[in-house]
Design a protein around this ligand. Sequence first.
Ligand SMILES: Cc1ncc(COP(=O)(O)O)c(C=O)c1O
Length: 399
Amino acid sequence: MLAERTTRIASSPTMKGLIAAERLRKAGADVVDVSAGEPDFPTPDHVKAAAHAAIDANYTKYTANSGSSEVKQAILARYRADYGVEYDESEVIVCAGGKQALLNAALAVFGPGDEVITHMPGWPTLVEQIKLADATPVIVRTSPEDGFALRAQAFIDAFTARTRAVVINSPANPTGALMTEDEMIRLAEACAPRGIWVVLDLCYEKLIYDPVPHNLPGVLAARMRERTIVTGSASKAYAMTGWRCGWLLATREVVAAANALQSHCTSNVCSITQKAVVAALTGPQQCVTEMLDEYRRRRDVIQALIGRDPRLRCLTPAGAFYLFVDVSALLSPAGLRTSADFCQAMLEATHVVVTAGEAFDAPGFFRISYAASIDRLEEAARRIHAFVADVDAGRYARA
Ligand SMILES: Cc1ncc(COP(=O)(O)O)c(C=O)c1O
């Protein structure tokens, strides 16, 4: 009855936790929701003020489809300052979130017969978008033993004559792992002579805890600018998930194609959002540092609390705001069989909402978002340990 393409796409599994939490909340439960993939901070005041001013000035009409010149210049200036890369206005398009930027990239560059490599555990949308673009996803698995590191060699080993692109998310959701500059140099040196594209998802670029070199746009621009697509977003850096603004930087040809696609889908990003994003990108960056410092504090608290039980294994995330917990030591054929079972039973018993690893193609894990207050994180940890004690007591044993 429906178009064939709908059968190829699974709906976003990260939303399941939110729906379950809502159901319990409506029933009056004290839900501890540590599943959200978004900052719990409000949007900074100076950003909100810019939006109010835009409304008052009646800045409420269509803008250029690809975004106003002002917001494009703000994006270009930020990337110049942060990474030393030079793009001009014809090489940037403003999109409704990093998600649309990535979809534009996929639709502009991938097609039938193409293989596109990406990594898992990872953000499911990257795979679904490859399928939406009629290409075939090829998955490289990263491992906890190696800190979920994104290794160039693993991608290179997956190359075939049909490889069209590699999609890299660093810092990565849900592992918090980074791709190092050295690994990106190796990858770029392998991709450039083969004409393979690199699409770089920098959604969490501002959320890196230690001052490690992470100039991936610079590495790519120096070696393969013609085959590089960089996407970014205001969502996580500036606590602006609901405003819907991201961007794509690439060659003029790619941006023109993305512009044509977007012009028939959503047109320009909300004009008021664009004004707010100008304030975010060009205003004081202190708010970003303050949020990062707070996330670091929370990361350390939740990791120490969860890690008290050695069967809840978790690495220290280098970026983003997720703790990715290996719960496989608590699963068994005679009890809770999968991490999805574990998370579901924990939700029903303790009203703690986490995201099961299955959502990230990583059975055996669950993800805690520490974009939540320390109080709530402590409460989540307390309930999780109480649940584990019940599992130990055989409460979930199968008859
Ligand atoms: C890895 C990754 N990339 C991109 C996005 C897109 O976010 P947005 O569309 O809000 O910019 C997300 C959102 O959760 C994400 O986790």
